[in-house]
Design a protein around this ligand. Structure first.
Ligand SMILES: NC(=O)c1ccc[n+]([C@@H]2O[C@H](COP(=O)([O-])OP(=O)(O)OC[C@H]3O[C@@H](n4cnc5c(N)ncnc54)[C@H](OP(=O)(O)O)[C@@H]3O)[C@@H](O)[C@H]2O)c1
Length: 249
C-alpha cells in the first residue's frame, strides 16, 4: 500500500513510518525537510500523487487555542483537499483521549481537527490515544522555571508510542472506521512520579517540587478527566518497562 505520513519525523510519526515500512508498505514522509509544508499546502500535490492512505501525526508546540486551531484546521483542510485531488481513499488522524473533557488551548485545536476530519469528504478514521511515555521527558523540559523543573500533578494512563503507531498502521490497512476505540497504556500513573523517575533514570539531579497547574485545566488533569474510559483498548508496555529500556544519562 502507498501511505503518506504527515509529521513522519515526529515521535509518533517516525514510528508509523518504521512499522509501515517493516510491513512492506511504500511510505512517503510529509514534512518540511522533504519539501512539504502542510500548513501552507506547498509541495503536497506532488507527494500525494498515487497515495492511498494519509496518516496525520502532525503537531505544533502551543498553548494558545487560536494558534492550535489555526494549525490543526489549516493542515487538515490542506491534507483533505489535496487528498481528494489525488484520490486518497482513507485519512487517519491521531488525537488525544479527553480532548473534549479538559479546557486547554492545544486541545481546542485537536477537537477542531477531529471535527474537520469528520465533516470532510475523504473517508476517515480518528484514533485517540493517551499521553505517550515520552511525555514525562517533554514536560520535564517544558515545565521549568529557571533551573528548577516542576513535577506536574496529573493523572494519566500513558502508552508506549510503538503501540500507538502499530494501531495506526493496523487502521490504515483495515480501511475507514470512523471513531476508533480509544487506546491507553496498561496502568494509571501520577505524572509527577513519572517525571521524577525519568529524571533519576537519566542522571538529572536536583529538587523537583510537585505542582498542580492552575485553573480549570489543572483541575481536569488532577481529577482524572483525561483518563480513558472502561471501553478503551489497553497496551501492554508500562511506563516502568519503557523507562528500563531508555538510555541512562
Ligand atoms: N505526545 C503525546 O503524548 C501525544 C499523545 C496522544 C496524541 N498525540 C498527538 O499525536 C500527534 C503527534 O504528536 P508528536 O508528539 O508525535 O508530535 P512531534 O513529535 O512534535 O512531531 C510533529 C511533527 O509535525 C511536523 N510538522 C510540524 N509543522 C509542520 C508543517 N508546517 N509541515 C509539515 N510538517 C510539520 C514535524 O515535522 P518537521 O518539523 O520535520 O517539519 C514533526 O514531524 C499530535 O497531533 C498529538 O496531538 C500526542
Amino acid at each position: 500500500m502507498e501511505i503518506a505520513v504527515a509529521g513522519g519525523t515526529g515521535i509518533a510519526g517516525s514510528e508509523v513510518v518504521r512499522i509501515a515500512q517493516q510491513r512492506g508498505h511504500r511510505v512517503r514522509v510529509l514534512t518540511r525537510g522533504n519539501g512539504v509544508d502542510v500548513r501552507s499546502g506547498d509541495g503536497l500535490d506532488a507527494l500525494l500523487d498515487g497515495v492511498e492512505v494519509v496518516v496525520d501525526a502532525l503537531s505544533t508546540s502551543t498553548q494558545s487555542a487560536r494558534v492550535s486551531t489555526e494549525f490543526f484546521t489549516g493542515t487538515t483542510s490542506h491534507l483533505l483537499a489535496a487528498g481528494l485531488r489525488a484520490g486518497v481513499r482513507h485519512h487517519v488522524a491521531l488525537s488525544i483521549v479527553g480532548v473534549d473533557r479538559a479546557p486547554h488551548g492545544y486541545y481546542a485545536g485537536k477537537l477542531a481537527q477531529e471535527q474537520a476530519v469528520q465533516s470532510g469528504q475523504v473517508p476517515w478514521t480518528v484514533q485517540r490515544a493517551t499521553q505517550f511515555h515520552d511525555f514525562a521527558s517533554q514536560l520535564y523540559r517544558n515545565a521549568s522555571v529557571g533551573p528548577l523543573h516542576l513535577a506536574v500533578r496529573m493523572l494519566t494512563q500513558p502508552i508506549a508510542v510503538v503501540e500507538v503507531a502499530t494501531r495506526l498502521v493496523d487502521l490504515a490497512e483495515a480501511g475507514p472506521t470512523g471513531r476508533a476505540r480509544d487506546i491507553a497504556g496498561p496502568r494509571e500513573e501520577q505524572m509527577s512520579e513519572m517525571m521524577r523517575a525519568w529524571a533519576a533514570h537519566t542522571g538529572r539531579r536536583g529538587w523537583m517540587p510537585e505542582m498542580g497547574l492552575p485553573g480549570a485545566f489543572g483541575r481536569a488533569l488532577r481529577d482524572g478527566s483525561i483518563l480513558p474510559g472502561d471501553d478503551a483498548d489497553l497496551g501492554t508496555v508500562s511506563f516502568e518497562d519503557w523507562l528500563r529500556a531508555q538510555p541512562r544519562g
